[in-house]
Design a protein around this ligand. Sequence first.
Ligand SMILES: [Zn+2]
Length: 297
Amino acid sequence: MNFSNTCKVLLLSAILVSAGCKPASFDGTKAMAETEALVKISPRGAGGGGARRAAVQLESRLKALGMKTTIDTFSEATPNGKMHFNNVLGRLPGKTNRLIILASHFDTKSGISKDFQGANDSGSSSGVLMELARVLAKRGPCETEFMIAFLDGEECRKEYGPHDGLHGSRHLAQQIYDAGGAKLVKAVIVLDMVGDKNLNISVPRNSSREPVKELFYAAHELGIRPQFSIGPGDILDDHVPFLLARMPVIDVIDFNYGSAPGLNDYWHTTNDTLDKLSAKSLQTVGDVVLKMIDNLQ
Ligand SMILES: [Zn+2]
């Protein structure tokens, strides 16, 4: 190949890259640093000072990545009376009006202890989400638009019901549905409890068929398919309001988080601490979600 042809090839690849969706990869170490930064604010029970400070911090991190952000504050009745919640939202424009929503709750279960970190539930998924936001912001516009949604009030106070738990996801799903946007949503990917050193993602059966197929295919492409399976049953989590609002949604969750395989004894206890997590697990989840996103373009 002569020099001028080489120049043409270089020019062509520069144009292709600048056309959008530039390569940028997920860094599990950075995701862990984001998790640690959030967990410094603990506990983060909805309606409390910790949750409010966490919302402000998450928004400022999104802003620093150059994203358009809002804190959507709303109030709802709960078994403890009327409470205020703060969804933290970031947007990245796309080349079409099709939308992919990436979501994690950032609140922690109330009433456990003043020392409750909620490192895995909800630090890990929030850390992965922030690192995904960094990568997607760096990549530039893709075919789809992205919404990064840090959801408040996932945890219930007494028992899950129409007025207890899933407040942030119910509010956001309703907003999108009411605005006629549900049909533009290509996928909603909810992350929850994704940092366990012994990572085994078990997707609840009440996830939508298409994104589940996409997840397994992405994991297969990355050679990590054995770490992903379909769980034994349904789970009530932030994906359910999106499912009810007719959006294709998947809940990426590892609901075995404990001192031995099959146990979940760290969940909602003061044992849910940073030392139980690994950057490698965050990397695995980040990689597979990015691969799903690539395949959905
Ligand atoms: Zn929880």
